[in-house]
Design a protein around this ligand. Structure first.
Ligand code: NZQ
Ligand code: ZN
Length: 386
């Protein structure tokens, strides 16, 4: 087991009645808020209604900033920063999925500095202060509600990069599983795939001992993600499935599972971010469903034992080879309706070169092993996904 520092200050309010605490929590952070959301799904799932009611009761003034798009972009983020500055808000409320929360983190950090917020994403600067952030989650996928990451795309060059800093942890996050009832099936699927990928990246990074707590927790969370996703697709109105799924997704990427596994590289994410940076209509989870089995094929000799463990745990395989795990994983992804080839997400063979170049650039920003992930090898992985 490797040394680690674990820190997670996010206060989580979970459950169907959690919003009764919202007003009191909000009061702790000031008298005027910026309420950030996307296209308007929060007006159909009850989140908007509950937030506005709570703010009015708590006598907190608020300004709305909507239109955050999936795979959020820098230009819209900058509009949010200008508005937060102009309105002199004390704190930010993010209501939606990962895109809304990530853009809200950028607004929270950008509203207290005078330079271009993109500097945080290129690594030229690190956020050292930020406005307080409260999130109301409506889509379990990224765990941004309980981590310090934020991912933004610069539309001018198609670069999708991330930043992370302790000041970006939300102060509190409200997780009401009932808000997820309006999600289209594909968003449940993409969210599940994203959460699985958040475990896959550190899980396969590990090389030494197999019987350590984090891997055992990971096995349990992976099973819960798979089973609850299947259950929700069969019985969408079941609260218990929704609740277990929502919390499993958050636990998948709130830092707990990475403890003791050492520094993980995120090759699947780097390649996916190149895809959705260049093709913004591709959902993050859809891109990952295509990349993950192809990446597993690339590392199957190096990761033989862990691939066997993954197959035994999730698909009850016995006496199997890594290829059987990869095939079972791919078949399962297909069975829940996830894409498993580049063609299914609208990407052609002649796009591979430019995606590989962009992914290589992302990997350099992330200080990854670019000998292992040379442009040629990234192209090889993408070719496995044809
Ligand atoms: O625009 P709205 O109305 O909000 O609709 C959204 C959007 O169209 C909709 N939606 C959300 N909740 C809903 C709902 N529709 C009906 N009912 C509900 N209850 O779902 C669509 C997708 O939303 P989005 O926020 O884009 O999805 P997701 O949560 O998957 O976030 C993806 C973004 O997060 C980044 C991804 O790269 C991508 O940009 N990530 C962030 C991470 C982090 N901060 O830690 C880690 C991840 O690996 C990931 O990179
Ligand atoms: Zn992800």
């Amino acid at each position: 087991m490797r040394d680690f520092i674990f820190f997670n200050p996010v206060k989580v309010y979970f459950g169907k009645k959690c919003m009764k605490y919202f007003g009191n929590e909000a009061k702790k952070h000031g008298k005027k808020a910026l309420l950030v959301y996307g296209k308007g799904s929060i007006k159909k799932n009850g989140a908007y209604h509950d937030i506005v009611n709570s703010l009015e009761k708590a006598e907190i003034e608020f300004v709305e900033f909507s239109g955050v798009r999936p795979n959020p972009v820098l230009s819209h983020t900058k509009e949010g920063i200008e508005l937060a500055k102009k309105e002199k808000v004390d704190f930010i409320i993010a209501a939606g999925g990962g895109s809304v929360i990530d853009e809200s983190k950028a607004i929270a950090a950008g509203a207290v500095v005078d330079f271009d917020v993109w500097n945080f994403y290129t690594g030229e600067k690190t956020p050292e202060k930020a406005l307080p952030l409260i999130t109301v989650l409506t889509l379990p996928a990224t765990a941004s509600e309980m981590n310090m990451g934020s991912v933004i795309t610069n539309e001018e060059n198609g670069l999708k990069l991330s930043t992370g800093a302790e000041v970006l942890y939300p102060k509190a996050s409200f997780l009401n599983p009932n808000y997820t009832m309006t999600l289209p099936e594909e968003q449940i699927v993409y969210g599940t795939v994203d959460a699985i990928s958040h475990i896959v990246e550190p899980y396969f990074n590990h090389t030494a001992e197999y019987n350590i707590l984090s891997l055992n927790v990971a096995d349990g969370v992976l099973k819960s993600l798979k089973e609850n996703c299947e259950n929700i697709l069969n019985e969408p109105n079941n609260y218990n499935f929704r609740a277990n799924h929502m919390w499993s997704v958050t636990v998948a990427f709130n830092g707990l599972i990475r403890t003791g596994l050492g520094r993980s590289e995120f090759p699947n994410h780097a390649i996916e971010h190149a895809i959705s940076g260049l093709f913004p209509d591709v959902a993050h989870g859809a891109g990952l469903a295509v990349v993950m089995p192809a990446w597993m094929r690339f590392v199957k000799e190096e990761k033989e034992e862990l691939l066997k463990r993954f197959g035994q745990n999730l698909f009850k395989l016995e006496n199997h080879k890594p290829d059987h795990t990869i095939e079972a994983f791919k078949n399962w992804l297909k069975s829940i309706g996830a894409p498993v080839s580049l063609g299914e997400i609208g990407i052609k063979e002649n796009d591979i070169e430019k995606i590989a170049e962009k992914a290589y650039e992302v990997m350099q920003f992330w200080a990854m092993d670019t000998d292992k992930y040379s442009k040629e090898n990234i192209e090889k992985i993408l070719t496995f996904a044809l």
